[in-house]
Write a protein that binds this ligand. Structure first.
Ligand SMILES: [Zn+2]
Length: 114
């Protein structure tokens, strides 16, 4: 059994890691640290959607990663998380620990990358 709660937390932590510095620097530009906004909690990050403005500041690699994270969060919600999209087998939990946003098992990843 895949521990969905645990991986959900890992995914959101990663999303926060990528986005929090961007959002902080945007607030700094706007108000030089006088922001009265509450810090975002975990559920805010789970539902946070990228704006064009933020995307413009991210590297392609980071955008791809964020999209993969969002898809993985959707799969957690619909119950298909941890299942390889190519062969339908469960993805190794050791692999999910390192790459919680992956949708491929290690064998299929290897096959696809040649
Ligand atoms: Zn597979």
């Amino acid at each position: 059994m895949t521990d969905r709660k645990k991986f959900r937390k890992l995914l959101i932590t990663k999303k926060e890691e990528i986005l929090s510095y961007l959002i902080r620097s945007k607030e700094d530009e706007d108000r030089l640290g006088e922001s009265t906004q509450e810090p975002m909690d975990r559920e805010d990050w789970a539902n946070f959607t990228l704006t064009e403005d933020l995307m413009a500041k991210l590297a392609d690699r980071e955008i791809e990663l964020l999209r993969a994270i969002d898809k993985a969060l959707e799969r957690i919600d619909d119950g298909t998380y941890g299942i390889c999209e190519v062969c339908g087998q469960e993805i190794e939990s050791e692999r999910l620990e390192i790459l919680p946003w992956t949708n491929l098992c290690s064998r299929c990843t290897h096959n696809l990358s040649g």
